[in-house]
Design a protein around this ligand. Structure first.
Ligand code: SME
Length: 179
């Protein structure tokens, strides 16, 4: 095995994963300073959507759908205009809200009931956001490439959402009853 072979055989996913982890660490640091002197719900989740959209690669839409009764209503986002209301249980967002668990979709065309908002979207991740056990809504991220999101993204995004909610005051009316 020559030097070149040794190098390329070592490079694959571990290096890439450590780069991605480092990017998420930098995002956590930026989030820390963004919300350090601000606890307002809308200000913080709007900045969070912008921070993710501008920090992470290969995204065409990033934003929130917020729980109102049995619907998810469009919240702060970055990207093209999107559908404004999704019933809990519908689409990827409604499925994640219903399950109260993240949904990773490697190919949106293969997800039954996927709701198209931007034709460019090929893969998607939706993560529920909780405050003190109450479901507040979901974070939705779309990518123009297939298979963009994996468990590393899920773990890091869940951690970021927790950090966001820990530093944010959520208005009473947004707190759905805990399950
Ligand atoms: N694809 C989502 C709808 C929201 S957009 O992607 C912004 C869904 O199926 O729930």
């Amino acid at each position: 095995m020559n030097d070149r072979t040794t190098r390329t055989s070592r490079v694959p996913s571990t290096l890439e994963d450590s780069d991605r982890t480092a990017t998420y660490e930098a995002v956590r640091e930026q989030l820390r300073s963004l919300i350090a002197d601000q606890t307002d719900f809308l200000a913080n989740i709007a900045n969070f959507a912008a921070l993710l959209f501008n920090s992470l690669p290969r995204l065409n839409w990033t934003g929130f759908y917020l729980l109102r009764g049995s619907d998810l209503v469009l919240g702060p986002f970055q990207g093209k205009p999107a559908c404004s209301c999704i019933a809990v249980g519908n689409g990827v967002c409604g499925t994640a809200a219903l399950r109260r668990a993240a949904v990773l979709v490697p190919d949106v065309h293969a997800f039954p009931g996927h709701i198209v908002c931007d034709e460019a979207s090929q893969s998607e991740i939706v993560i529920p956001m909780f405050k003190d056990g109450h479901l507040i809504g979901v974070l939705d991220m779309d990518s123009p490439v297939l298979n963009r999101f994996d468990d590393l993204d899920r773990e890091q995004l869940e951690r970021l959402l927790q950090q966001l909610m820990d530093g944010t005051v959520v208005p009473e009316y947004r707190l759905a009853p805990p399950e």
